[in-house]
Design a protein around this ligand. Structure first.
Ligand code: FES
Length: 329
């Protein structure tokens, strides 16, 4: 099925935002645009983007498969992303994910049978100070636990739209994709922002409370040019009293690190391109290599559908058993 006239018009509008000889830079918003109509980056969507930009489908697919926000399979109206990265994980993120997975009967990037919810792991949602966090179509639910998360998905499946902890009200994945393509949603509450919350400001408040500050730091110092901070010239005529900090030597970090390890050694000149480096590597240890191969074979990579982080089925079963035991007590 072809794309609507509206999508064609929007595609032209997106491409017109870029210089004529840089049209392919429009690919990222175009991918969001086709996702806004199809619910994912379909094969037809890949072809559409390629035609609009005069590039081939492999070039489009290479980009679409790189970013996790482009979905390669039909997705539900509600994309529920649970952070299971380090900070959220130690605060219970994996338990939240496991509870949702068990309740919904789906794993990573799978969609419920009723087509409403797609579940996914996320690698840091940039809200570590509110962990464990989950998002629904990229709007935040902070400090969740299994019960809160199950309440959110139950309300979504019943047709409700639970209010995120902060930010805008929820919109569907297609509506969100259109916003990400650069078309503002003018409906009430579709876009919202707010001040930084207490957890975000905690470090600042502690520093103020204890009088901690960086010596010589002047918050009015302008950020100028593209030189490294340490070698920037002193800002002119800003009234700043901050000292002029300069790099001690214009040497690469690798050379400085080598000098720190062996201060008396002469720094060798870098190899010229094409230099053949002699090797004094010992003959391969066949026992060690065999052991390494055996180890690699015993540790197969995670499949596409079940990446590392998805609890194996026995663990999920144990979780279910533990819950039913709790329920009988
Ligand atoms: S680790 Fe979860 S938001 Fe950063």
């Amino acid at each position: 099925m072809g794309f609507s006239q509206e999508t064609h018009d929007r595609a032209r509008e997106i491409i017109a935002r870029y210089p004529a000889d840089r049209a392919r830079s429009a690919l990222l918003p175009l991918l969001h645009l086709v996702q806004a109509e199809d619910g994912y980056v379909s094969p037809a969507g890949v072809e559409f983007c390629a035609e609009q930009l005069g590039i081939n489908k492999a070039q489009v697919s290479a980009v679409a498969t790189f970013y996790t926000m482009y979905k390669r399979r039909p997705s539900g109206d509600w994309l529920v992303s649970v952070c299971t990265n380090t900070m959220c994980d130690v605060l219970g993120g994996q338990r939240v994910y496991d509870a949702l997975s068990e309740h919904l009967g789906v794993g990573h990037e799978e969609t419920t049978a009723d087509g409403t919810i797609t579940l996914e792991h996320a690698e840091c949602l940039a809200a570590c100070d509110y962990g464990p966090v989950m998002t629904v179509n990229y709007d935040f639910f902070d400090k969740v636990d299994p019960d809160i998360a199950l309440g959110v998905v139950s309300e979504l499946r019943a047709g409700g739209r639970p209010a995120p902890t902060r930010g805008a009200r929820l919109c569907t994945l297609k509506e969100m994709s259109l916003q990400l393509a650069g078309f503002s949603d003018t409906r009430d509450g579709a876009v919202a922002d707010g001040p930084a919350g207490d957890p975000t400001l905690r470090g600042l408040r502690l520093a103020q409370q204890h009088g901690v500050s960086v010596t010589g730091f002047d918050p009015n110092t302008p950020i100028t040019g593209d030189a490294p901070v340490a070698s920037r010239p002193a800002p002119a005529a800003t009234g700043s009293t901050a000292p002029d900090v300069k790099a001690p030597q214009a040497k690469s970090p690798e050379i400085r690190a080598a000098e720190t390890r062996a201060p008396d050694a002469q720094t060798p000149a870098p190899d010229a391109p094409g230099t053949t480096v002699p090797t004094d590597r010992a003959e391969p240890d066949s026992d060690a290599e065999a052991a390494e191969s055996a180890g690699a074979a015993a540790n197969p990579p995670a499949s596409d559908a079940k990446p590392a982080g998805d609890s194996p089925q026995p663990q999920r079963a144990a979780l279910r058993d533990a819950r039913s035991e709790e329920g009988t007590q």
